[in-house]
Design a protein around this ligand. Structure first.
Ligand code: AMP
Ligand code: MG
Length: 427
């Protein structure tokens, strides 16, 4: 494998001390490959998993030409040009119970939605327009040949891919697979992510909160975010700011996970040994990303047993709880989706909204403020969720969108238009 640090340093406009947020994301995605390993699962277990091989349709869907409406099945050759067509009713075709005979010239059968088109028939006139007297059926002018029918294979064709590899299986895909009568699928194995929090000040739930300590919340937000992405999460707890304990944690994590996520210990004011240790155990770049919140971030590979051992990708996130979530959604989420085998990677939807409050912002960094969307005078508006400090986790909980203030942008005046990313699409 080419050296990560080499690959990064060769990249255009690479400056680890001031990296554009979009550039950081590109660099990460450019290095990652999907994890190998496939599992066979039953259809219901495949929900939310990522398909590892195309699903090839064993049958045509629909399997027969059939009616799209309740009405009268007829031969288009019988339709009178420009006037009413009089036909003779010779029977009924039900869904699942076909009309066995042949429909000859001047004849029609009553047909239900989903019923196989009887031999000879190519068109259905809807029941609402027909006039029926005894066995005489009158169809008004204006019918088109072929209307109200569904052709065999028009949805999915036998032998062709019905769902491509790389797709996450949502309810629609699960339904398609069921419509093919397929019971088992090949999906990518789940991405295994080990995580731990670092910091001497961290307490775990169940311990009394000592003077000057804080409860460790990052492990819980990270667990939640990773679980929602379908990862297998290996929670390694809190690791003290102690070189031996940290080294042991990194070694353990690298031996069992595809990726390691840590929080804390990468900021300028932190004891430098965490960074030294990360650098010793693999190839790790220390980035100062031009963004707020979440400036420092470590990215690379931890390979304590040498570069020929698999090791694990490392995302060393900052410690502040909001910075953890923002850097996760902006960089780690797309990376995990790539590791998971998703192809193509989903784009994050964004749109413009009118910001109803002024916001400070200096050009030269991307900011991810937390906002609340609402409708006013028929347009989308957004307001920030109060205090935006990177330790104020409530600003994330109260928000339903990120307000993305682009790199070059300066301050926002009340009433200005801003870009928003709805959280419903990413959280
Ligand atoms: P650090 O990046 O380690 O300097 O931490 C920055 C800030 O985030 C400090 O106020 C830490 O106490 C806080 N912090 C670090 N890790 C956690 C955590 N796991 N849960 C909650 N707060 C944390
Ligand atoms: Mg710390």
């Amino acid at each position: 494998m080419t050296s990560i640090l080499q690959a990064l340093s060769c990249a255009d406009n690479y400056d680890p001390n001031s990296l554009h947020a979009d550039r950081a994301r590109e660099l990460i995605l450019g290095l990652l490959l999907p994890v190998t390993g496939v599992e066979r699962v039953f259809l219901r277990q495949a929900l939310d998993r990522v398909l590892a091989a195309d699903v090839i349709s064993p049958i045509n869907v629909p399997s027969h030409d059939n009616s799209a409406m309740d009405g009268w099945a007829l031969r288009s050759a019988d339709l009178a040009a420009g006037g009413e067509t009089r036909l003779k009713n010779i029977g009924t075709a039900f869904a699942g119970r076909a009309f066995e005979g042949k429909v000859g010239a001047g004849e029609t059968v009553r047909i239900m939605t989903g019923a196989v088109l009887p031999e000879g028939v190519d068109t259905v006139a809807i029941q609402e327009v027909a006039r029926v007297e005894g066995d005489a059926v009158t169809i008004p002018a204006g019918q088109q040949a072929g209307q109200n029918t569904r052709r065999a294979g028009e949805d999915l064709q036998a032998g062709k891919p019905a769902i491509p590899a790389g797709r996450r299986l949502r309810p629609a895909e699960v339904g398609i697979v069921a419509s093919l009568g397929v019971a088992e699928l090949s999906v990518h194995r789940r991405v295994r992510v080990a995580l731990f929090s670092t910091g001497d000040e961290l307490c775990s739930i169940g311990q009394p909160l000592a003077e000057g300590s804080v409860y460790d919340s990052n492990r819980y937000t990270l667990w939640g975010m990773l679980t929602r992405l379908g990862c297998e999460v290996i929670d390694m707890g809190v690791v003290k700011d102690d070189p031996a304990a940290l080294e042991a944690a990194f070694r353990d994590a690298a031996s069992c996970a595809d990726a390691i996520i840590t929080s804390g210990g990468v900021s300028v004011g932190e004891a430098d040994f965490i960074k030294q240790l990360m650098a010793q155990l693999g190839e790790v770049a220390f980035w100062k990303i031009a963004m707020k919140p979440g400036r420092p971030m470590a990215f690379g590979r931890i390979q304590p047993d040498g570069a020929d051992r698999p090791g694990a990708w490392l995302f060393g996130l900052p410690g502040n709880p909001v910075a953890v979530m923002v850097t996760f959604y902006q960089f780690v989420r797309p990376a995990i989706l790539k590791l998971a085998g998703l192809d193509p990677l989903p784009t994050v939807p964004h749109f413009q909204a009118r910001c109803t409050e002024a916001m400070k912002k200096s050009p030269g960094r991307t900011e991810y403020q937390r906002g609340i969307l609402f409708r006013e005078n028929d347009e989308w508006c957004v307001r920030p969720t109060g205090a935006q400090g990177s330790g104020v986790l409530r600003s994330m909980a109260d928000a339903d969108c990120f307000i993305v203030l682009e790199h070059e942008r300066g301050k926002v005046g009340a009433g200005d238009t801003v870009t928003v990313q709805p959280m419903a699409a990413i959280v």
